[in-house]
Design a protein around this ligand. Structure first.
Ligand code: MV4
Length: 448
């Protein structure tokens, strides 16, 4: 097992990883920008290295500085957390070049997962259901028009180097398709350094269901069931839960087997997530692979009792999975609300500033993953996520009551946060009855 791990991240996820390392008897090295010198991840880690100015590009995305910090501190492995360099193949390669273990999938799998059009092509050739559309990248407006004619409008244009909804364009007719096609490729190149685009039939009002998997370096895999992630705002998830009210045991087993087949096909190991769209008829389609630990991983941890960060570290150190599929049991219902420093009454505009008042919720079945404290200053330089409130109940009804109770205890003063917005969603009758799809928030924001 590793003696020292460097955590190449900040905020709540850096704390989450440091906590796992401490429990495993592993030394921790934090890295921090000038904006984060007073942060808890710096205090909690055994050592901390400054890696540059506040701008992410100059610190948390600066591969050279992070590798240098790992070498000077004697770290044997780097955990990238989520965001930043977590799915960056160049970073995984730089780790390998310097004899540092990247705690994540092999760099070859990062390449396939990061290239959405080729992942689609590979998986569909293996008989895995992908959303009807192009076979790989689309190179001309004529080709785009012919595919759309075959699968039917509306179609969605996606960037192969994108993911998570970034760079998507919806076309309802040939005119829109022609207009979007000409700009989409240039936009994709500018945003992701990759001009490749592909086309899918647009699935109406789907549910976004993802399967958590674990794989070791010896070809053993398990799946840990689904997370329901349909409640999103501009492709940013707000609430996630596990299980999903639309997934029964048989569908879970099928989707789990498909997720493992995807992982096998791309040589994936470590923790990962396979995203699917589920339509109203119970058909599910592969969408993309998230090659990292995700923000919403705690809901899976609470219902399975498995610590995903422990598992990641063990897998990366070369241990074989000690779990088989029959060891994975699920109990209860978990819900997560993402707490952002953002103003729901002003289009979720970021709301940085000093936290002048703070009361954290607690009690049975309540988990708070956060890096904030009284008088902490939320920086304008980074993502607005300042914490996650996760609850576990015996069933969905109890989890909802517990979340309502925990939200009512949670007070953050001095900045605008998403807590009041979550309180309203948790009172909504469609949410309460489990009647949610990817249009839920649009309906909620127009009719309340
Ligand atoms: C789609 C789709 C419908 N059809 N693809 C949004 C996030 C990104 N991972 C992909 N997304 C979508 N892709 C096809 N072919 C609908 C969405 C989508 C969505 C998905 C999950 C949750 C909320 C959403 C809101 C709008 C669109």
């Amino acid at each position: 097992m590793f003696k020292k791990i460097l955590i190449a991240n900040r905020g709540e996820i850096a704390l989450r990883i440091i906590r796992a390392c401490k429990e495993m008897g592993i030394g921790t090295i934090a890295v921090f920008s000038d904006a984060d010198a007073r942060s808890l991840h710096v205090k909690y880690a055994d050592e901390a290295v400054n890696i540059g100015p506040p701008l992410s590009r100059k610190s948390y995305l600066n591969i050279d500085n992070i590798i240098q910090a790992a070498k000077s501190s004697g770290a044997e492995a780097i955990h990238p957390g989520y965001g930043f360099l977590s799915e960056n193949q160049s970073f995984a390669l730089a780790c390998a070049d310097n004899n540092i273990v990247f705690i994540g999938p092999p760099h070859e799998a990062l390449l396939v997962a990061g290239n959405k059009a080729s992942a689609r092509k590979v998986l569909s050739s293996l008989g895995i259901a992908v959303i009807p559309g192009s076979d790989g990248i689309v190179s001309s407006p004529q080709e785009a028009a012919s595919i759309a004619g075959r699968v039917g409008y509306p179609v969605i244009i996606k960037a192969s180097g994108g993911g998570g909804g970034r760079g998507m364009r919806l076309a309802h007719n040939p005119e829109e398709l022609a207009a979007f096609f000409s700009v989409a490729s240039g936009e994709a190149r500018a945003a992701f350094g990759n001009p490749d685009i592909y086309i899918e039939k647009y699935i109406t009002a789907p549910r976004h269901i993802e399967i958590q998997i674990l794989g070791d370096q010896y070809g053993n895999y398990v799946h840990l069931g689904e997370r329901e992630c349909s409640i999103q705002k501009r492709y940013q998830k707000l609430i996630e839960e596990s299980p999903s009210s639309c997934v029964d045991r048989s569908l879970r087993e099928k989707m789990g087997a498909t997720a493992i087949a995807v992982a096998q096909a791309i040589g994936y190991s470590n923790a990962g997530t396979v995203e699917f769209l589920l339509d109203g008829k119970g058909n599910y389609y592969f969408m993309e692979v998230n090659a990292r630990l995700q923000v919403e991983h705690p809901v899976t941890e609470l219902v399975t009792g498995i610590d995903l960060v422990w598992q990641q570290i063990r897998i990366s150190s070369g241990e074989a999975l000690s779990l088989t599929q029959k060891d994975i049991t699920r109990k209860g219902w978990a819900i997560e609300c993402r707490i952002n420093a953002a103003d729901p009454d002003d289009n979720f505009m970021p709301s940085p500033g000093v936290i002048s008042d703070l009361t954290l919720p607690g009690g049975p079945g309540v988990r708070v993953d956060t890096h904030i404290f009284l008088n902490y200053e939320v920086s304008p330089f980074y993502d607005s996520l300042i914490g996650k409130l996760i609850v576990l109940g015996e069933d969905r009804k109890m989890a909802i009551h517990r979340m309502q109770r925990a939200l009512s205890e949670f007070r953050i003063g001095g900045i605008k946060v998403t807590i009041p917005f979550h309180e309203k969603i948790l009172q909504n009758k469609d949410f309460i009855s489990g009647n949610i799809d990817t249009y839920f928030l649009d309906r909620f924001e127009t009719t309340g």
